[in-house]
Design a protein around this ligand. Structure first.
Ligand SMILES: C[S@@+](CC[C@H](N)C(=O)[O-])C[C@H]1O[C@@H](n2cnc3c(N)ncnc32)[C@H](O)[C@@H]1O
Ligand code: SF4
Ligand code: SF4
Length: 394
């Protein structure tokens, strides 16, 4: 769910040939791998997975991991980024990822660059994990919703206790080992009024440089209580609060994905975030059981399954008619998008967050229009201070 943007660098360079004389190759798609499926040690009350069966500790079998990595590198020779997602990906255990790295090194073409990124709740991070991330240059994304009070409202452990203490402990280990990390903040209705304070907390006390906001909205197969969903205008309000609470010190160190994307849009440039640039065809998600889907939060939707890696080759799944048909529906320009001036920099947002299904209208359509307009005005006024931050953000 919009937490795999950290691989944009690989995407940009993805078409370069691995060695002279190679046949023309396809752009490396970014795989999102759910090594433990939906399995998790926390029970965040807004999470789509907390409501799924959590009784079995599912882990991808080593043979399937090997099949996947071998076929992936047979197919793609450009720079690659593997994104490990969940559930809670660290529940697969460190040895699983050591094996994954070994397989990547074994099967990558000579000179082929690849990297890894992981999205975690951070509660399981200890010195061993931090050493591994640091030594292997893994990109780490941590989920923190803001101040401890805000975070603990929804991000609960199995006993129903807030997880902020355990998350903070994991982050301290990362900091001690000097592992850089970004933060994903899930915005809920009640958190909007505190978001300025949360933003300050994340950028100062937590020490995060890169922050991304995921909004809680109703989506297919998942309904947030209407009291928790972000109402129309809520994201725009939150981004404005972040701007108002931008720390004075080290202001240029901080990046807010949503603001960067709105500014990029106002300037007619491409955002690095998939949900702005209509980038779904550059990703796919491998579930622990071999199922291949468009994205990590769609693995409970059989109607969106591209295929099964235990039964078919990766190449035929990715080139097949099922994927093509689903992507065409993701990319269709319909409804209010048909006449919208912001289409090229919005693309109807994330298909997983469209009202009425994947061809519906993005739940945060009104917020986007408001923010694209606001950032355009700010840039036209050349609002000093903010303009400097925005320039840096690009
Ligand atoms: C499902 S989690 C999986 C990775 C890991 N367990 C974590 O919490 O970071 C991926 C991201 O989705 C966010 N998320 C969970 N439920 C969500 C929802 N209903 N709407 C939007 N984002 C959600 C999480 O906060 C997290 O940042
Ligand atoms: S830690 Fe991540 S996967 Fe687990 S319940 Fe929370 S958001 Fe969901
Ligand atoms: S479905 Fe597409 S827009 Fe949504 S998170 Fe995945 S890649 Fe990004």
């Amino acid at each position: 769910m919009q937490t795999h943007g950290s691989c944009a660098d690989s995407q940009a360079a993805a078409d370069s040939p691995a060695k002279a004389g190679d046949t023309p190759r396809r752009k490396s798609l970014t795989p999102i791998i759910k090594a433990v499926g939906n399995f998790c040690n926390l029970r965040c009350s807004y999470c789509f997975y907390s409501r799924q069966d959590q009784s079995r500790h599912t882990v991808m079998e080593a043979a399937l991991l090997e099949t996947f990595i071998r076929q992936y590198f047979d197919l793609f020779r450009g720079p690659a980024c593997f994104v490990w997602h969940g559930g809670e990906p660290l529940l697969a255990g460190l040895e699983f990822y050591e094996l994954a790295l070994h397989l990547q090194r074994t099967h990558a073409a000579p000179g082929q660059r690849f990297e890894n990124a992981v999205q975690t709740n951070a509660t399981l991070i200890d010195d061993r994990w931090a050493r591994f991330f640091r030594a292997n240059h893994w990109r780490v994304g941590v989920s923190v919703d803001g101040t401890p009070e805000v975070h603990d409202q929804f991000r609960l452990d199995r006993r129903g206790t807030g997880s902020s203490g355990a998350v903070r402990a994991g982050i301290e280990v990362l900091r001690r080992h000097r592992v850089p990390f970004g933060v994903v903040l899930v915005l809920t209705r009640s958190a909007i009024e505190h978001v300025g304070k949360s933003f300050r907390h994340l950028t100062t006390e937590i020490g995060a440089d890169h922050i991304s906001i995921n909004c809680l909205v109703d989506q297919e197969g998942y309904s947030c209580a209407s009291t928790a969903c972000v109402p129309s205008g809520g994201l725009a309000r939150a981004v404005r609060s972040c701007i108002a609470n931008w720390p004075d010190r080290d202001a240029e160190r901080i990046q807010l994905r949503e603001l960067d994307s709105f500014v990029a849009g106002a300037l007619g440039r491409r955002s690095r975030a998939c949900s702005f640039n209509g980038d779904c065809r550059n990703y796919f998600c491998l579930n622990h059981d071999g199922g291949i889907y468009p994205c990590d939060d769609m693995t409970n939707r059989p109607e969106l399954r591209f295929g099964d890696l235990r039964l078919e080759r990766l190449e035929s799944i990715l080139d097949g008619p099922v994927r093509r048909g689903i992507l065409e529906r993701f990319e269709a320009r319909t409804g209010p998008c048909t006449a919208c001036a912001w289409w090229e920099v919005c693309h109807n947002g994330c298909p997983g967050q469209r009202r009425g299904g994947i061809t519906g209208t993005y739940a945060l359509c009104a917020d986007r229009k408001e923010m694209f307009t606001l950032t355009t005005q700010m840039l036209q006024r050349d609002d000093q201070g903010i303009a400097n931050d925005l320039e840096h953000a690009l």
